[in-house]
Design a binder for this molecule. Structure first.
Ligand code: NFS
Length: 650
């Protein structure tokens, strides 16, 4: 096996890496070989929060008692916890700023100020109105929507009290947060306060920092991310199961290829509509193309895949490789997870890179700023940029043949409906199957790709291992795409990969054993699903009682750490891979891995090996089953008449 072949388990990725090498085009995979991570920074032992440093306080092998403090006296524990907390603050800021944009658009839509946008899911609007304390009565949809938009917007700047959606959590969970003083007050407030606390010379007690980080992370999961998911569903429709295709083979040689990459679904939604405009289709034909092929990359892809079945080009580590095919006429990006190197890779070929967010420009890209008031015009302009660029393709075109079929679109509401049917939608069948042991437990497998590990391998191997052991998997983000490319997102995968118990349940209701729930902000759907399972009864009275665990074995983004921390603070055992950001301090790591279980009833774990990580998660699930008294549960025995008579006679 050549070195390139060890970079990914995905043949399309390997194929494109070889092409990039032949074309002399550098990618993230080359840079990962050329530059190793700084070991001091990786273990969280570098403090650069003031300019007397950076102070380096790494662990010293063989001299564990060595004094480890920065110039100001900050201990290795403080430095480690501060670095951890800053990542959580940044991740929360990213999700929540995305949410703010969606909320502003929602409010403008409710007020009728942005033509082309509308309220698509009224039922979800009413549910949200109730949870935000907005009166419904005989009021019009418009009135309710305006109030919902205003209430949601004020959650960002709220200064005291509790964020409103925290009330969706099980009552016991809410009480745990209150007792620890970590119920978020307002979304922006928690981010700002955490940045303040982690400034030079402020909060210098590692426990205090870790719990403040939990409060901030909860403002993401039950605040910013949840608001994003909810309002996007109300605006663009709540996902229902839809068929889709994934991997670089979805690109087409004889069509104009426009790739939408990033995170905010607003512009992609408009592009997806405008693309059918006959004038635009004509323009494509005029340049000799058979049509226009819209595909997605990263979480924008998840959004439009879930709602429209638009094919997915690939996940985070494939963004440069889409361009390497030589057929991407334009790649349009907004915010988050867009590599700056896209501009350089685009130069090797003919691709036009277009930035659209007022918050994110890239040197070398064309900037066409999105404005919701002129959304259709801007969408048209972007599509036409791609169309015009079709004629500039160079001869070195090569598209991998790989695509995989998927069934996606499992919002929390859809799972409810699919399990219980239209007239008695509920999580009851799921709970029953967990109690009777056919389903051993639930796992959320989420997060990114990371160029420091074999692309897609940890995610795919972990998920396969979990479903083999009857653990149903809920997936989002780039990890969902690893599962999709590996063929795990179809109902047929149940028989092929899942244990007998899980397979029998999946086959009975036609579900895949791995349920794609959306983008990373949609991890809030997993919180809602877990809460629904608790509320349905029989499995304890808090999320921490459930036979459940979470994982992100290929994480790289600060957003992933924020997500992990809100899962932990919501009572979930969460395992991360690649590298552990507080490994420089055994004390801080022990607190997160062990002592957190006594307070927030959830805890962190670290295990880069996917098979071992699955084992850890399954052991935790079994521990929870035992605590619930369902560890010896068996399939219910159905008595026939003869057996009943025997019982009656006894
Ligand atoms: Ni999530 Fe989506 Fe992927 Fe990671 Fe980036 S695209 S928001 S951060 S890399 S899963």
């Amino acid at each position: 096996m050549s070195d390139i072949e060890k970079k990914s388990i995905d043949p399309a990725t390997i194929h494109m890496l070889k092409k990039a090498q032949a074309d002399g085009c550098e990618t993230i995979f080359d840079r990962a070989d050329a530059m190793k991570p700084c070991p001091i920074g990786a273990e969280g032992s570098c403090c650069k929060n003031c300019v007397m440093g950076p102070c380096r306080v790494p662990k010293k092998k063989g001299d564990e008692k060595a004094k480890r403090v920065g110039l100001c006296g900050a201990t290795a524990e403080t430095i480690s916890a501060r670095n951890f907390a800053r990542m959580v603050a940044a991740g929360t800021a990213a999700h929540s700023d995305h949410a703010r944009g969606v909320t502003e658009l929602f409010l403008s839509t409710a007020k009728g100020k942005v033509p082309g946008f509308e309220i698509k899911d009224e039922q979800k609007l009413y549910q949200l109105a109730m949870d935000l304390g907005v009166e419904i009565g005989n009021r019009s949809v418009k009135e309710v929507a305006i109030d919902v938009g205003q209430k949601a917007l004020s959650e960002f700047g709220r200064q005291d009290g509790e964020i409103l959606l925290a009330k969706r959590a099980p009552l016991k969970r809410q009480q745990i947060w209150r007792n620890l003083g970590i119920t978020p007050r307002g979304i922006d407030r928690e981010v700002v306060e955490l940045l303040h606390r982690t400034c030079m010379g402020v909060d210098q007690e590692y426990q205090d920092l870790l719990y403040s980080a939990a409060r901030c992370a909860l403002a993401d999961g039950w605040g910013g991310s949840m608001i994003s998911t909810e309002l996007q569903d109300v605006l663009f429709g709540t996902p229902v199961p839809v068929y889709g295709k994934i991997n670089l083979g979805v690109l087409k040689k004889d069509e104009v290829n426009l790739v939408i990459h990033g995170h905010e679904p607003v512009l992609p939604e408009v592009i997806a509509t405008v693309i059918h405009d006959p004038q635009i289709q004509k323009a494509a034909q005029a340049v000799g193309a058979k049509g226009i092929n819209l595909t997605g990359m990263c979480c924008s892809a998840n959004e439009v895949l879930m709602r429209h079945g638009i094919p997915v080009g690939g996940n985070f580590l494939q963004q440069e490789l889409a361009i390497v095919t030589g057929v991407v006429d334009a790649m349009v990006v907004d915010v988050q997870c867009e590599m700056q190197s896209l501009a350089q890779v685009a130069k090797c070929y003919h691709t036009k890179l277009i930035t659209t967010s007022p918050r994110a420009k890239i040197e070398g890209a064309v900037h066409i700023e999105f404005d919701e008031h002129r959304a259709p015009d801007i969408a048209k302009r972007i599509i036409l940029e791609a169309v015009e660029n079709f004629k500039n393709r160079k001869p070195n075109v090569d598209i991998p043949s790989e695509t995989t079929d998927t069934v996606v679109g499992f919002s929390h509401e859809t799972i409810n409906y699919l399990l219980g049917g239209m007239f008695r939608a509920s999580y009851r069948p799921l709970n029953d199957n967990i109690i009777n042991g056919r389903i051993r437990g639930i796992a959320g497998v989420v997060g990114c790709n990371n160029a420091r590990v074999t692309h897609d391998d940890p995610n795919f191997t972990l998920i396969k291992e979990l479903i083999k052991n009857d653990v149903i998997c809920l997936v989002t983000g780039c990890s969902a795409m690893s599962a999709g490319k590996g063929g795990l997102l179809t109902p047929e995968a149940a028989r092929q990969y899942a244990g007998d118990g899980l397979a029998s349940v999946c086959e009975a209701v036609g579900l895949p054993p791995v349920l794609h729930m959306g983008a990373c902000v949609d991890n809030s759907r997993i919180l809602m699903a877990a809460t629904a399972v608790v509320k349905d009864g029989g499995l304890g009275d808090d999320i921490s009682d459930l036979p459940a665990a979470g994982a992100a074995l290929e994480w790289m983004s600060e957003k992933a750490l924020a997500i992990g921390h809100y899962f932990v603070a919501s009572g979930v055992f969460t395992v991360f891979g690649v590298t552990w950001p507080t490994s420089g301090s055994d004390v801080v790591t022990k607190h997160l891995f062990e002592e957190f279980e006594n307070s927030v009833k959830g805890k962190w774990g670290f295990e880069p090996d996917p098979v071992k990580a699955a084992k850890l998660m399954i052991e935790h699930i079994d521990k929870k089953r035992k605590a619930l008294g369902i560890d010896k549960a068996r399939d219910r025995v159905l008595f026939d008449m003869a057996k009943r008579r025997e019982l009656d006679a006894a």
